[in-house]
Structure formats: structure tokens, C-alpha cells
Design a protein around this ligand. Sequence first.
Ligand code: DGJ
Length: 743
Amino acid sequence: MSISFYETTKTFHLCDQKISYIMTVLPNGHLGQLYFGKKVHQREDYPYLYETAVRPMTSYVFEDDCSLSLEHVRQEYGVYGTTDPRRPAVEILQPDGSRICDLQYKGHEIMRGKPPLAGLPATYTEQDDEAETLRVVLEDALTGVVVELLYTIFTQGGILARSARITNAGTGSVHLTTAMSLCMDLPDCDYEWLQFSGAWARERHLKVRKLEQGIQAVDSRRGHSSHEHNPFIVLKRPGTDECQGEAIGFSLVYSGNFLAQAEVDTHDTTRVLMGIHPMGFDWKLDAGESFQTPEAVMVYTDQGLNDMSQTFHRLYQKRLVRGSWRDRPRPILINNWEATYFDFTEDRLMEIAARARECGVELFVLDDGWFGARKNDHAGLGDWVADPKRLPRGITGLAERIEGLGMLFGLWIEPEMVNKDSDLYRAHPDWILATPGRRTSQGRHQYVLDFSRPEVVDCLYEMLAKILREAKVSYIKWDMNRSITECYSAALPPDRQGEVFHRYILGVYDLYERLHRDFPHVLFESCASGGGRFDPGLLYYAPQAWASDDSDAVERLKIQYGTSFCYPISSIGSHVSAVPNHQVFRHTPLHTRANVAYFGTFGYELDLNRMTKEELAQVKEQTAFMKEYREILQFGTFYRLESPFEGNITCWMTVSEDRKKAIVGWYRVLNHANMPFSRVRLQGLDLDLLYENLETKETFYGDELMNIGLITSDGMSGQVGENTDGYGDFDSRLYVFRAVRED
Ligand code: DGJ
């Protein structure tokens, strides 16, 4: 890993064992992009990468000189208004009404390690030798605005983290109306665009389309990263699949409004922009003030999508997630939401917990309904004090009883919201986001607290810290159940209202940071009506996220498969729930529900007291299995093998770091009669190791399992009267392999 600068040609070359990223200062002083891809030799100059075509309908920078049009060269942080008509990375509204800026290279600095981004989540290093960072300084002389572009390259390889800091070093005020985290100009458009989209209970479904001239984008304008689109896209070559080929993943470490877009221009080059959504964004920079964009992370691979995902998984697992839970297998939990909804008493909770404890569950989580006047979702949000009718000894008393069973205790909160029927709202009606003179819309009968105001965040901190100081709480599920509307803060002047969405998220991060710092033993799980804020920003504070309110095993195949493109398995909140399932009313076998949930944090969301003896015995086996294998399930190297978006079969697997253990999850949605023979080629094994299937005791060499494949059709075409072990439809298998010999 190194960052070099060639003074004579003003060329930068960032590289590691896998990638090169090359930039140069253009003749007009702007920073130009030359190359991003598989590693190439370092040279002082790459003149053939600088495009000087003379074309009709083109505007050129210099008079009597047609060698430079910003439209034809690739740029690092493009600006609109002169010779480049593409969407810009930055737009600054100046006192004279103009938005043009001329960002001239002024200097740079190369640092060991990686500096933190003030107030924002970001990838980090523990030792300075894990990364190098380049800071390039650009300046617009007329306004005095300075743009600092940060580029970090890691020893891990294949990764480039980027962000921008914009400072008004002039004398007047300016307004930042676009400030992207990343602008990446690619030399062609021969890519397929992958996005991870859907809806509530249908999050992160993979959608693929070919890039075409024009703009393709995903975004959120809801104030949270959203169920609709994840702040993650991939550009892959048409021939790329899971195991081979080129792809670039773009991931935004942010939880608010975002834009991820690719613009294919008239000459088939592609500009990728990623950052805070410019719509509604207007950040006033008085003289001397700065704005820091969130971080965007790019991962390049020439070895297929699994390799790209594994790079994201390692980076996010080890250098984005922080704290005492980062490297620890996650406790098996039971959550009472789908078991009771709002209808519970302390004794009922204890019954659920006690049965779960008997079955090997380690953590009991009390979900919504324990506080204030919260009998249903019309009241109580904002009053974070236990309801004495339901919990006579408060959270402290319940937590003690749960701990007395030998379990950890966890609690649900939704700190960003308030019901009008709450003491908090009655005391501070101006603490909600609401536009003066306009109707204030509700969602789930609740309103959004103005987290852009420090006093609101302070108040919530005090209420929650009190509980965490007094009660033995080991886990917090932080929920968020509506999008932001009428986004306006009573505490900010009119010319700063375009800052509210971002200031809101900064407030959320601030509260998370303070709780994370002061209660480091607590495991946080983020949630937003399921997976409405499953993004890298929150992983910095909460190592795991509830992936979806859809807990049906079949629906979860797509959700978890899509999620795995960017996010580590240890971050994917996944539970076994009751049948018929509460979202899609499907009956799936218990073993399939567990086989899906194992590839995540694993837990139960049902009342085990309602199960039969046989089912309880199965649950005991499941928790024992998870305890034995969770290290490899959650932290192993994960491979997608067969896609639920392409057919009836889903298959994925995980391999231990030493490649001596592997677990394959195989799932079939519908059964059919007289099915063809089928096999699936495994990945990531040691070709020369002999592996034993722990159930059947059959042995296979790694090369057999990888080159010939694991036979999955054996015993699947049962005759009437045979024990077909399962219900036919929605069946699944787990194959556990352990190396028994090396040849
Ligand atoms: C939405 C979450 O996603 C659910 O798991 C549950 O916590 C409810 N909110 C509670 O209101």
C-alpha cells in the first residue's frame, strides 16, 4: 500500500496489492481522474489517459486552444457551469447569485493512518500502518472556498474511502447546495447497475439493469436511508458473476437522505456521484465555517461479487463496527414483540423468558410497550419511564428477575419519536419537526423529535442514561418507525432550514455516540420498522441491525441474500418466528426457519410456551448448534452460491478462516415431483483437505466439493409413505463440513 506524488507531472498514484487509483492536476488546475482498477505499475506520467479530442458542440477552457474541455476529461470533484454539463459533485451559491466555482489544486498532504471525521461515522484504523491517507486541497480563489478531498487506502486491499471537507475561507457567506462524498468518472459505460431496493418488509432486493445514456439513480428523501433503497450500488461488467469478473461497489457511510447515481454522458463515460441528497439540502457556510461530507467507500474487484462482498464484510466488521461487541459472537436472544405485541404483564414476560432459558436462549429482549402510557401505538413515546402497572418494579426489577434466570436483559427504545399523548410532548410541543403554518403529518400516530436541537438530544440522553445506570441492561434495540415530513426546526433561522435533515442525523449520531461511550458493555441493535436504516452509518454505533419486519423464512432468503452484498453476516438481525408467519401467513418448517436465521445474529421472536415437546427439543438442538458454530456463521468468509432472485433454490455458505470448517445453507422454496439431479459447487475450501460431512460421515476432498460439487438432490424425491423429513415445500438443509485430513 502506498501513495506517491510525482511533482513534475503533478500525478498521484494510490495503490495496494490489488488496485491503483491515479489522478493528475489538469492544465487548468483542476484535479483529474486517470484510472481506477486493477493494479498497474507506477509511472511519472500516463499521457495517453488524458483526452484531448476536438468535438463539435464542445466548449473549451482556454481561448484559441481546443485541447481541454472539462466535458471530455474525467474529474475528481466535478463542478457545473463552465465546460462540463454533467451533474456536479459540488455547488456553492455565492453572494452574487452565481454557482460556478473554479477548484484549483493548491497542495496536498500524505498521512499515515486515517483521521476521524468529526461527528460522523467512518471507517478507522487501530494502527497507523493499516492505511495511508491523501488530503488534496483545492481552492476557489474568487470566493475563498477551500475543498479538501480525503482518500484513504488500506493494507487490507481493494478499498478506497473518500470524503470531502468544504471550508469558507472567504469573507462573505455562501450556501452549499450540493456536496457529494464521492465523484468517480469511469472511462466507459459497459456496466450493469445493481441496486438493493424494495419496501417495508421487502428490503434490499437485488435489481439489475444495464447502464444506458442518461441518469440512473437510487435515493432517499425520507430522512433515513430507507426501506426503498439502500445507500449501496454496484457497477459490474456484464460477464461478472459471484466468482469472477470486475465490479466496483459504492457504499455510503450515512443514515440520512442520500443520492447514488450514475450518469452516462454523450461519449459513454460514466460519472458516479454518491453523497447527501442535494434535494432540500442547503448548508450555510459563514466565513470560517466548514462542512464535512459523510464517507463513501469504494471496493474494486476483478474476482467477482463474492470477493467484493467479502472485502466490505471484513472492512465493516473490523474497521467500522467498534466496541466490545465487535469481535464477539452475538448472544442468542428472544424478543417478545411477535409473541405478545402490546399485550403483556411482567409475569407473562417471565414465562416467555423462563422457557427460553430452558431452551438455551441467552438474552431476553423486552420490545415496545413498557413505558409511559404505551398501551398501543397512540401514546407514550417520549416518556422513557417504565409503566408501573405492567412493571411494578420498573426496568430495574424486571432486569434483575431476568438476570436471576441466568439470562441477559435487553430493552427496546425509540428515542427519536414522540406521541402527542405523552408528557414529553405536553412539556415541549415545539420539540417536534413541524413547518410553521402547515399541517404536521403523523406516521404511526407519532411525530419526529427535532434532533437537530442539542437540548432535545441532551434530554433523551438523560432519560436513557438513567435507565442504563440503574438497570442491568446488556442490549438496546433502537427503533425508528416513521419517515420525516415537514422538516423544519423551530430553533433555526430561515436561511438554515436546508440544514435540518443533516443536523437531525448528526443529533442521532451524537446520542448514539454518547450512549456507546458511557455504556460500552451494551450491545446496540439498530432498527427502523425493520430494515429502514440498515446502513454503514449506524453500524459504527450498533454492530447489528434488525434486517426486516418480515420474519418469514422464505421472504428472508431474498432479504438476507441482498443484504449480504455489502453487510457482514454478524450485522444481520435474524429470528425464528411463529407459524403461520405474521407477515405473509406462511407455514414453514421449524428447521428451515432456523436454517435461515443461523446466517445472522440468530434469535427467536415467538412464545416458546406455545410449542410442542418435539418442537422444544428441536429448539434446544438449534441453540446448541448455534453456540457451537456461531463464530464461523457470523464471522466466517461468506459466499453466495445460488440466488433466490434467479430461481427456486437458494444456497450460501460460510468458511472458517483456517478453511477447516464450512457450513452450507441450502433452501428450496417449492417442491416438485421427480426433480432433476442437482449439485452446487462450493467455494473457499482448501482443495487438498479431506472434509467430512458431519451428518452423513461421507468424506470429500475440497477439490471435489468445489470442482464437481455437493450433490443436493439425494433423498429429495421421496415416494409416498417414505419419511421425507420436512413439508416438501420450504425445505432446507444445512451441511456442516470439517476437515479430517490433508493430502
Ligand atoms: C418496528 C420493529 O421493526 C419491530 O421489530 C418492533 O420493534 C416494533 N417496531 C415495535 O413497535
